[in-house]
Design a protein around this ligand. Structure first.
Ligand code: PLP
Length: 480
């Protein structure tokens, strides 16, 4: 008897071949067509479905190559007997379920911590901390460099895992001159933003049972990266808005200590030279490595930024982290690490495992942007622009919100903390509904939040947006 198939219909928008392949393979996986079942010849199926015989032959060939079907000379085409029903049991009734494992197979994974959302539509709202002024970016000059670089075939293949050599040279020169970092370009590792740099440090350094010390309040991205394998994060409190070095004695040693010594995030204090010396001394005595996150030192208004700890002392146990997210654009996803020479191979290996090379074209454009002097000019312009915005923002805050919030002066750079006694999570959420980003200060604490306030990223806001946001805050905050 000629085998018949009458439950197929090719009326979807996808190409016929794709529809037929999908329907046949699914019916086999769902055991609607059992192993050993004979299928119609390609001539008959083509006639039944009103498609060309070539279409059916192509699908049959594909299914044979994948082991769904087999053909037997002189007899016809069959569902392969090697597809054992018990192997397919989990696919039964799977049509309505999204692709993926059934609930019984899901391991008990730790939940992502923090205010984590998929597909964050709000990521570029004005006042979101960390966001530069995207409109002020010199996009025309950038595109010219991009156009120039994208025609180079050398940039289309694989590249140096450690980072594009001209970019590593440009970074080494920049951090030496402007941040006092002691390094050779062989010590520079290009990363996908500071965030990947922090994750790589965790991968290279942390072993089961290790402790990580972190400023409290502090940068959440560092906590997520360094605590993700279940390592204990130990909060180190601040004193006068900087890491309290004296508290370290009681807290005891750890493998790593994360800090932002040149502009504490988010409170803004700067470790002075004697505190820097005490920190390095403590780290050396306790065999602890300092992670120095130098995320926004270019934008200081009160004083010239202090030189990086990394360069102050020979042999200081410091891993230096930098990023172009603030000085250029977050979307580039390019940052860098400067690590001691003996550790470079470990980092390059860790990078290879977690993502491999950084996008070569972006690296080449950044290198040219720096080498041509445009980076320095851009930084100069942005410094002035952010200073003007800061002054405008400060003036509006003191005119309108006096008594409702206390601005933390040191924090100014690209953001400013407005402290107060209010439910900061609630106010931040309501501000967001009105189109203004901000982060609740309380979210930056590891344990119990001891202070409330809003971290306001004014760098991304126009004067009109500053006015609008201050007016919204005046309504949302409790009267002073
Ligand atoms: C303290 C701190 N470090 C680093 C970064 C940069 O992160 P990334 O380079 O991953 O964008 C930020 C960005 O907001 C930050 O606030």
């Amino acid at each position: 008897m000629t085998p018949v198939i009458d439950d197929l219909s090719l009326d979807g928008p996808a190409p016929l071949q794709q529809q037929l392949y999908r329907q046949l393979s699914q019916r086999i996986l769902q055991q609607r067509y059992l192993p050993g079942r004979q299928l119609p010849s390609s001539r008959q199926l083509a006639a039944d479905l009103g498609v060309s015989r070539n279409t059916v032959n192509a699908v049959y060939d594909q299914l044979k190559a994948e082991g769904f079907l087999r053909s037997q000379a002189g007899k016809g085409i069959f569902v392969h007997e090697d597809i054992e029903p018990h192997r397919l049991a989990f696919e039964r009734g799977a049509t309505s379920r999204p692709v993926g494992a059934g609930p019984g197979m899901l391991p008990s994974l730790p939940r992502p911590v923090g205010p984590f959302r998929r597909g964050d539509d709000d990521a570029n709202l004005p006042f979101n901390p960390g966001l530069p002024d995207l409109d002020a970016f010199p996009i025309r000059s950038w595109n010219r460099l991009l156009h120039h670089q994208e025609s180079r075939t050398q940039l289309l293949g694989y590249s140096d895992l450690q980072g594009y050599p001209p970019l590593r040279k440009a970074i080494a020169e920049y951090v030496r001159v402007s941040r006092g970092v002691r390094c050779h370009h062989d010590q520079v590792i290009v990363t996908q933003g500071a965030q990947q740099g922090l994750a790589l440090i965790g991968d290279v350094f942390l072993r089961p049972g290790d402790r990580v010390l972190s400023e409290d309040p502090g940068y959440r991205g560092a906590r997520y990266a360094l605590g993700r394998q279940g390592h204990t994060l130990v909060p180190v409190p601040l004193r006068r808005e900087v890491l309290d070095i004296d508290a370290l004695g009681d807290i005891g040693p750890a493998r790593l200590l994360y800090c932002t010594p040149t502009h504490q995030y988010p409170m803004g204090g700067i470790l002075d030279i004697s505190q820097r010396m005490a920190l390095v001394q403590w780290a050396q005595q306790n065999q602890t490595w300092i992670i120095e996150d130098d995320y926004d030192s270019e934008f200081h208004f009160c004083n010239k930024p202090f030189a990086a700890i990394q360069g102050l002392f020979d042999q200081a146990p410091v891993l230096y982290v930098g990023s172009f997210s603030k000085t250029l654009l977050p979307a580039l996803r390019v940052g860098y690490l400067v690590v001691p020479e003996p550790l470079v191979d470990h980092f390059v290996w860790a990078k290879r495992i977690s993502g491999g090379e950084s996008p070569l074209l972006s690296q080449a454009v950044i290198a040219e942007f720096i080498d041509s002097g445009q980076f320095t000019r851009h930084l100069r312009r942005m410094r002035q622009l952010y200073r003007d915005k800061w002054q405008y923002f400060q003036a509006r805050v003191s005119e309108t919100l006096a008594g409702q919030v206390t601005p933390v002066a040191e924090s100014a750079g690209m953001h400013q903390v407005l402290e107060g006694s209010f439910n900061d999570g609630e106010v931040s959420r309501k501000l967001r509904q009105r189109g203004y980003g901000s982060a609740p200060l309380s979210d930056h604490f590891i344990g119990t939040a001891r202070r409330q306030g809003l971290v306001m990223g004014f760098a991304s806001a126009s004067e009109r947006e500053i006015d609008g946001c201050i007016a919204a805050l005046a309504q949302l905050l409790p009267a002073g």
